[in-house]
Write a protein that binds this ligand. Sequence first.
Ligand code: AMP
Ligand code: MG
Length: 578
Amino acid sequence: MVRGAGPALLALLLLSRTTQAFLEEMPASGSRPGLKRLLSNESSAGYCERKTKPATSLASWSLSTESLIGVLPVDPAPENYIRVVRNCIFSVVYPTPFKSRTLLVAVSKNVLEDILDLDLSVSKTNYFIQLVSGEKIVSGSIPLAHRYGGHQFGIWADQLGDGRAHIIGIYTNRYGEKWELQLKGSGKTPYSRNGDGRAVLRSSVREFLASEALHYLGIPTSRALSLVVSDDDVWRDPFYNGNIQKERGAVVLRIAKSWFRIGSLEILAHYGELDLLRKLLNFVIQEHFPAINVKDPNRYLDFFSDVVSGTAHLIASWMSVGFAHGVCNTDNFSLLSITIDYGPFGFMESYDPNFVPNTSDDERRYKIGNQANVGMFNLNKLLQVLNLLLDPNQKQLAAQILVGYPTLYYRRFKELFKAKLGLLGEKENDDYLIAFLLRLMEDTKADFTMTFRELSEITQAQLKEFNIPQEFWALETLSRQELFSDWVTLYLLRLKSNMNDSDSRRRKRMTSVNPRYVLKNWMAESAVRKAEMNDFSEVHLLQQVLQHPFQKQSLSERAGYSSPTPLWAKDLKVSCSS
Ligand code: AMP
Ligand code: MG
């Protein structure tokens, strides 16, 4: 047992230190009205048997934005110039095609075939490339930019909106699922403010790879269909130090069931457009929250309850893989609780609750350990919006729902981390065991991903004898902490209390939840550097590897993706510039 402190006391100490950043300043948890359902944003694609073959031509494949603009108002001004827009949800605006030649760099076969019902051969056609680069629009579909606002770094930023994104249509697939297709980097819109409407190759490679990677890790996210690069010049100051560089414009076609965000509602509340706020909320509930009756007078409460639990679950799942979003502004927080708007995100390498992926985040507001707190901040902004539509009694209940957020978050966090340790059932000291391990990792700066992975691969017999094989480099680092043996003793004791378990079953369970590969910054950077020299091989390799993050793969091992971060990449930085 650990010297000098009883386990319960030490558990508290460890929790307060290692998880302080996750939980600090959260209000005490309280009761919460029953949840009607837990959000599930997973596509049914993949679960159902395919009855029809994917289409080999785009001839009869159709897109439309009618289901949005048939209900929600559109800006009456047809011109595309930067301006303040009021009393609408969308502006009609066409993508601006690139002037130079374009190249299709990558396609997600899974998105193409399983969600969009298209055969891979379609991606070889000219028409496909024209569609996904913004040169052509599917006939009959009216492209849109969405008007939204938001709180950026805690401060109201007023009108933001799709300044470089176009919804080019909604596709209804064979399961009846509706998916909104959106180009990012496709030119200016009324919401472009000072921007040029473009995205560069490096950030587009990162978004393409990361959104697909999160999906395969089982985390709700937008998906990416394609990545196109052009030869158009785009000028950026990547580190905001006056070094302006010429880069190449790129476009990602990304899809989500909905792109509405907390900021979509905030802008309407801010300008007192309450009828429109009600309309948009009713629309979102009707389309995306089928368990809620849109005629129910408590529908906004139920909606809030779902968003609160969805957000708590999403952030807990980010934490379980060490993902820091980087810019958790309210305009980047989805109403469907999926991960959206990938920018300066990062996967934490050596364990550090203060990990900040975005070098532009001077105040460290969006450090990994603060994500649960900013989730609370964002939900509080959503609550302020909903309060405009609630009666006094409902307002009280809504406040109670928010008070329940820390409990929901922590419960999910614990569930996920228990699974990461292979723990079955519930034991009093489980919190302690998790917090103790995180503390050891924090002290030793052991690699987060590989520590859990190696714990999944090592046998109990090896652990018992402290016989850590040489290739288990993260555990080797962890074992340098003097309390490591105490933790192992507790862990092995706890594993004994797993009912109907065996060591091989434990390892199988743990390897299915602890990835061997995540998109570490150096891996993305290596792929980007090559892509900038027109070598897309590592983009393709990572795309392939990250589709099976829980499976050991020889190509990936050879590329060093489960090895310590190479020296050249020790000081890599990512800024907001994109
Ligand atoms: P982000 O930080 O990428 O989520 O973007 C915040 C806001 O800035 C959104 O309204 C974006 O549409 C807008 N924005 C970001 N980059 C550009 C750009 N290059 N051109 C126009 N708008 C942009
Ligand atoms: Mg954004």
